[in-house]
Design a protein around this ligand. Structure first.
Ligand SMILES: [Zn+2]
Length: 173
């Protein structure tokens, strides 16, 4: 078997950065997001959150992980964002055709254990239905004691084939 060849992208991206820094005009912008809001979403490479929502740099915190799942670390970031950086509004955004929809939690854990002898001590948090998972994530926000602003929380599923956001209705709060 020939090893898969891969050429790292970093050198090219660093040359992009030189061009970027040469035109840089965002000096002394406030650290607190000007729209006082946070977007929690998936790491999916097809989602440019700024483009999707018409956001500008400096306007919102963006917290991303696999799936846009509300994990302890997302709570950590939200807690800092609300308590120290003035945010009051949260948008949760999952999407169609998510990588986490194509993985079985049990198979994933078992295969890792078979390979390295250790089961992950974290959950992969795979899901079948992005709408149900947004509801689950919103419930987690409501249930955490660490957040102080829960009045303005809305959840959406982004359709990667149309660019449209669909709001997730909450059956109960
Ligand atoms: Zn995803």
């Amino acid at each position: 078997m020939t090893p898969e060849s891969f050429e790292p992208n970093t050198p090219e991206l660093l040359s992009h950065n030189t061009v970027f820094a040469g035109q840089f005009d965002q000096i002394h912008r406030q650290v607190n997001p000007s729209r006082r809001m946070v977007i929690v979403t998936c790491m999916d490479s097809r989602m440019d959150i700024f483009q999707i929502l018409g956001l500008e740099n400096g306007e919102a915190h963006i917290i991303r992980n696999a799936g846009g799942v509300v994990t302890d670390d997302v709570i950590r970031s939200l807690c800092l964002s609300q308590r120290k950086m003035g945010t009051r509004e949260i948008i949760l955004m999952h999407h169609t055709d998510c990588g986490l929809q194509h993985v079985s939690e049990d198979d994933f854990r078992a295969s890792i254990e078979a390979e390295i002898g250790v089961r992950p001590w974290w959950a992969l948090e795979s899901f079948a239905d992005p709408y149900a998972d947004v509801r689950q994530s919103i419930q987690r926000l409501y249930m955490t004691p660490f957040l102080i602003h829960k009045e303005h929380v809305r959840g959406f599923v982004y359709d990667v084939d149309s660019g449209l956001l669909r709001e997730v209705e909450l059956s109960h709060r």
